[in-house]
Design a protein around this ligand. Structure first.
Ligand SMILES: Nc1nc2c(ncn2[C@@H]2O[C@H](COP(=O)(O)OP(=O)(O)OP(=O)(O)O)[C@@H](O)[C@H]2O)c(=O)[nH]1
Ligand SMILES: [Mg+2]
Length: 252
């Protein structure tokens, strides 16, 4: 297994600063994709990498495309560089980086799996966010016709690159916040096995989210419309697969 870390970054320098030394300690090659941050923020990001991780690869997208666009750029770059797996982590410092070692071990044991964080939230998450996440999860169950997906939005995952880059190259996936959910539903459709690992996620006071309620929710709604259509087109195959899985589970 050849694994690297991929970080999508958009104006999150102070938050990224707080986790970068901990990431570097894992001694995995680092690919950071800056998604059209301001010049000031990009310069600060470059300085930060020079200070803590001068072997990191920094890719700059001049125009902001969204988290999904940045992650896809990072995954393609990692694949092209010969990595077999990419651990994707958000730059906003919300995820407990001590979970990373467990993700790497799990990927080593199960190289074909897409390994996802299953967030354990503290009291600092807003009720609205919590509820919105559940609605998205429910749609993913419907679209994948299974309950394999236990969280659809966590920003800590390990992607097996061969199979995942094939999905992103052959489909037009959501470029913004839709990506995190869409890639999981498509992974289930393509029979890529999923595994979920609990990870502590915080919403610290003064933390910075770029989630834009109107724009991102419109994108997410459009994604669900496309995925429900996709599910209906695959309905016979998905139902057949469910029947086989249920038979395997049924007691003799
Ligand atoms: N929101 C947003 N994030 C981006 C974009 N491009 C890259 N990112 C990165 O994607 C990651 C997730 O961004 P957040 O704004 O925290 O979004 P989120 O974690 O889904 O939403 P919250 O639950 O509010 O934190 C961070 O590492 C961002 O720096 C973008 O255009 N918009
Ligand atoms: Mg976040």
């Amino acid at each position: 297994m050849m694994i690297c870390i991929v970080i999508p970054h958009y104006d999150h320098v102070p938050q990224f600063h707080a986790i970068l030394p901990k990431l570097v300690a894992h001694q995995m090659p680092l690919i950071v994709v800056d998604d059209g941050s301001s010049e000031e923020s990009f310069t600060a990001l470059r300085r930060l990498l020079d200070e803590y991780a001068n072997e990191a690869t920094l890719i700059r997208q001049e125009l902001n495309r969204g988290k999904g666009g940045a992650v896809m750029t990072g995954l393609r770059a990692a694949h092209k560089a010969g990595f077999t797996h990419a651990l994707q982590l958000d730059a906003d410092g919300q995820h407990d980086t001590s979970a990373i070692e467990g993700f790497r071990r799990e990927a080593e044991k199960n190289p074909s799996y897409l390994i996802c964080g299953e967030p354990k939230f503290a009291d600092d998450i807003s009720k609205l966010r919590f509820f919105a996440r559940f609605i998205t999860l429910w749609f993913c169950w419907l679209e994948s016709l299974s309950t394999q997906i236990r969280d659809a939005m966590c920003g800590l995952r390990v992607y097996p690159l061969e199979s995942v880059v094939e999905i992103i190259d052959n489909n037009r996936l959501g470029q913004r916040m839709a990506f995190d959910s869409e890639i999981l539903v498509r992974a289930v459709w393509d029979n890529i096995p999923l595994k979920f690992i609990p990870v502590n996620v915080r919403y610290p006071e003064g933390g910075k989210s770029h989630f834009r309620y109107l724009r991102d929710n419109i994108e997410i709604s459009w994604m669900h419309t496309r995925l429900i259509t996709g599910m209906l087109l695959r309905l016979p195959a998905l139902l057949r697969r469910r029947r086989v899985a249920n038979k395997k589970r049924a007691p003799r």
